[in-house]
Design a binder for this molecule. Sequence first.
Ligand code: GUN
Ligand code: FE
Length: 437
Amino acid sequence: FGPLHAVRGEILHFLADPAAHGARAVAHFPDGLLVIRDGRVAECGPAAELLPKLSAALPVTDYRGKLILPGFVDTHIHYAQTDIIASYGEQLLAWLEKYTFPTERRFADPEHAAAVAEFFCDELLKNGTTTALAFATVHPASVDALFGAARERRMRLIAGKVLMDRNCPDFLRDTAETGYMESKALIERWHGCERLLYAVTPRFAPTSTPAQMQLAGQLFAEHPGVYLQSHVAENRGEIEWVAQLYPKARSYLDVYDGFGQLGARAVYAHCIWLDDEDRRRMADTGTAMSFCPTSNLFLGSGLFDPGRARELGVRVGIGTDVGAGTSFSMLQTLGEAYKVLQLGGQKLSAESAFHLATLGGAHSLDLDGLIGNFLPGKEADFVVLDLQATPLLARRMASCETLSERLFVLMMLGDDRCVAATHVLGAPAYRAGPAAR
Ligand code: GUN
Ligand code: FE
């Protein structure tokens, strides 16, 4: 892959949110060409229009018969929970005690952290995900391991050390001061290093003292461009607990607000049990929501209301939330999102779903200037999908007439078997072997 090359195939990307802008938001080239210069998009359009203008010597990777989309953006995931995906029987608080804390304890060992980080990044790429906003653990070295693995793969990744100084086992507890100092050192080491960005990461309000919450807000304010990630309004027991711990707060979200933890580049997972005042406050501050359908169903947490978030103008991305989430696959996650909306009497069109997984997710992370679609100058991260990857898919696709129908079947039936290749900054970072089928 020299400085200038191209890929040819069916290309789909979004210029805006199709729910607001309709067909004008969708760019679709049945025989398209994506021209890449130094890892960035140079041009994207119909092959018949672009090829005659380009040198015959331009190397072109032929993906005809496959669908090329911008790399998926997973706006909420825990790399350290890779080994507890699919753990039986509990809702949030008991699940944390029984499965999560014991598995996160193992990240005190940097070798374990490095091994899981490598697996995790490979698994993201195998699923077509090229950007994620990820929790590490309370151990600073767990962040080094994750950023190290992502840097080797040249991925755009946002991550941070968990801040947790109460209501957790001793072996996972930091203090307000050590959490602050360790986060600061990690920001200096990693934020803005190549494609890596740092997120201040208070786990959730119950596991941080007010002193730690205050310092987390301070870290966020002191480092322009740094992110903040946490969880809010996921589970009813959790919400009651927060009300006891913070009796003066108007709501769970208001706890974070009181400590300066809302704003652009602040991203909250779940956001199920919010009221409209909370949603308005998120919209007004530019705070984003991460919708985690497989996790919300798996832990029995509740049904996210994307319609209301949209009406009130809140930015929304989609997250797998592995290990409470049950799949690394954004296709599977979109399929479950559709079902969550169905249960709430809403609809998720296939176009809106794929927008959410690409440009919408990038926008929710304030990264839509860099990734999310194929406008010239964007970083050329993309996934190459095989819509005939299984006999059932091939059979079902054969009876689809429109692009919308094919995309819908893809998100309902597709998974990592559909990912033929994933490219990062133009270059292949994952290619399916025959074993992937
Ligand atoms: N709330 C606090 N910590 C967690 C976590 O690890 N996973 C989920 N789903 N919710 C949380
Ligand atoms: Fe989570």
